[in-house]
Ligand binder design. Structure first.
Ligand code: NDP
Ligand code: 8X3
Length: 254
């Protein structure tokens, strides 16, 4: 049974991954995020869905390197045998032209999406090295493949994830650690609400007139990626709603 650590598991893609993997019954789940209540509720739900599930949750802000190190090195011994790391925690803040951007927004995106992913990866890698089925899955984005108007810093952070994904595959090759990038287009989660700082109306409009992906669409793909035989690694996937051609062109029905 493989143990999977999912960052940003309290909502959206991370929570959907937890649910899909829990239902499969072949994984032990280590879930973290900043919002304790959400994690507790998710744990209760998953234990009801899968009564044999082994699950451990803990609070973690991936931006704090000391906390990342402490919380992972102080995991109970039975939770230190991590096989899979899903680097999912991430966010967008604001959608402004570069000259109008907010320093705080930029810091939050860079600190979470790039530095947080790096901190967690560095601290978890020694544990992954001990696994015979080690795998890192990095959640990138279409925004890491293309740039769209006003996406500037968010796109830059996801381009960094794209680069780090390739770099990890090289550096971790000698240890047999698989590295996969999952790059979604529009997924309806809390993402847009966070980007627009709680403006639910604005967030909803992002998905008006089209069927976006759901967190489950991404989670099912990750489940497939994880189920490949030992000699197969899926390097990089770009997954879009049918109604989205690229970072800027979508087909909305009135
Ligand atoms: P959500 O906002 O629903 O989920 C984001 C998750 O990240 C939450 O669980 C949040 O938990 C966690 N998180 C944010 N900041 C931190 C932090 N500092 N420390 C720890 N956890 C944190 O959005 P998604 O599920 O959509 O986003 C998941 C990933 O998918 C992100 O990396 C995003 O960039 C990427 N993505 C999303 C797309 C979309 O259209 N939705 C498309 C392409 C990629 P909490 O607030 O409790 O800490
Ligand atoms: C999130 C999707 O299109 O807003 O990464 O960049 S998008």
């Amino acid at each position: 049974m493989r143990t999977v650590l999912i960052t940003g598991a309290s909502s959206g893609i991370g929570a959907a991954c937890a649910e899909v993997l829990a239902i499969e019954g072949n994984y032990r789940l280590l879930l973290c995020a900043r919002r304790e209540e959400k994690l507790k509720n998710l744990k209760t739900k998953l234990e009801q869905l899968q009564p044999t599930l082994q699950i451990h949750t803990f609070i973690l802000d991936v931006r704090n390197s000391d906390d990342v190190e402490k919380s992972i090195t102080s995991l109970p011994d039975e939770w230190k045998n991590i096989d899979v790391l899903i680097n999912n925690a991430g966010l967008s803040q604001g959608l402004d032209a570069i000259q109008d951007g907010d320093f705080g927004d930029w810091d939050r995106m860079i600190d979470t999406n790039i530095k947080g992913l790096l901190y967690v990866t560095k601290i978890v890698t020694p544990l992954l090295k001990k696994s015979s089925q080690a795998h890192i899955i990095n959640i990138g984005s279409i925004a890491g493949k293309e740039v769209y108007p006003n996406g500037n810093v968010y796109c830059a952070t996801k381009h960094a994830v794209d680069a780090l994904n390739k770099a990890m595959r090289i550096d971790l090759l000698p240890y047999g650690i698989k590295v996969t990038a999952i790059n979604p287009g529009m997924v309806e989660t809390e993402f847009s609400e966070v980007r627009f700082k709680g403006d639910k109306e604005k967030a909803k409009n992002v998905y008006t007139g089209l069927t976006p992906l759901s967190g489950y669409d991404i989670a099912e793909t990750i489940s497939f990626v994880l189920s490949r035989p030992a000699h197969v690694n899926i390097n990089d996937l770009l997954i879009m709603p049918t109604a989205q051609a690229n970072g800027t062109i979508v087909n909305r029905k009135n």
